[in-house]
Design a protein around this ligand. Structure first.
Ligand SMILES: C[S@@+](CC[C@H](N)C(=O)[O-])C[C@H]1O[C@@H](n2cnc3c(N)ncnc32)[C@H](O)[C@@H]1O
Length: 245
């Protein structure tokens, strides 16, 4: 499923700005049990470069072998414990859902639910989605990207950590099929404006419906994260962009 080219050249240490805080991967006993029991079934082991969330530059992924079938591809970026991913993947049994998440205890919680609910169309890579999209996802292969409540990094000095950047938009667009959709949600008005500016600026992406903000995707549940935002009085912004030529 995972390939590694024989020639490995780039071993420089790169300290890049990432969109997440490196946290301890210490797990509670039930999370550890779920991790040990189900990681082989759902988690794709990837060769690393320097850090535990990196992906070796020579790594590649055979999606058909990974999922055991050729099907439409949905990529979720930062699903946390899968509160959206699990019910939404369940409503799309015909699609393969590939998730990139950096926080192992959240992945472990997700594994327990996936196993209990008998959901078999989800695979998870424990890695930075930027590296994952770059190295593991082929060009023009994604039907839908889900990016719900990416960390907002509200302070101006932290904006450089936001996942949605012109470079990431270009990478994501290059991995989407023509007609593919990128669905985003955020509870920060400022980040919604930022997302719209970045994505509007990419010639290969158009907002649907045009310039109005998209209606909430019916199957997207209210997660604990979203509920906390609502309780704090924040508005939720849903955006959707289509890949065009
Ligand atoms: C604010 S939480 C939202 C979780 C979930 N999408 C929800 O709606 O409840 C953001 C998640 O994105 C993950 N994350 C942040 N940057 C990431 C990256 N570069 N690659 C993969 N996951 C990332 C975090 O670990 C966290 O689980």
């Amino acid at each position: 499923m995972i390939g590694l080219a024989a020639e490995t050249t780039d071993l420089r240490v790169r300290r890049e700005v990432v969109s997440f805080v490196r946290r301890s991967n210490r797990m509670r006993p039930n999370q550890r049990r779920a991790w040990e029991s189900y990681r082989n079934r759902f988690v794709i082991d990837v060769p690393r470069q320097q850090t535990s969330t990196s992906i070796h530059p020579a790594a590649s992924l055979d999606l058909v072998a990974t999922f055991g079938r050729d099907a439409n591809l949905i990529v979720e970026i930062g699903p946390g414990a899968g509160e959206s991913l699990i019910p939404m993947a369940e409503t799309r049994p015909q699609a393969n859902v590939l998730a990139f998440e950096v926080y192992r205890p959240a992945i472990a919680r997700m594994l327990g639910h996936l196993a209990r609910d008998g959901i078999d169309n989800v695979r998870i890579v424990e890695a930075d989605a930027v590296a994952g999209m770059q190295q593991l996802v082929p060009a023009a292969s994604i039907d839908e990207i889900w990016m719900f409540f990416p960390d907002p990094w509200p302070k101006p000095r932290h904006h450089k950590r936001r996942l949605v950047t012109p470079a990431f938009a270009a990478l994501a667009a290059s991995r989407m099929k023509r007609g593919g959709m990128w669905r985003l949600a955020t509870d920060w008005a400022d980040y919604a404006d930022w997302m719209r500016k970045v994505l509007d600026n990419h010639a290969g992406l158009i907002e649907v419906p045009a310039r109005g903000g998209s209606p909430r995707l019916a199957e997207r549940p209210i997660t604990q994260f979203e509920q906390r935002a609502l309780d704090a009085g924040r508005q939720i912004f849903d955006l959707a962009y289509r890949r065009v030529d």
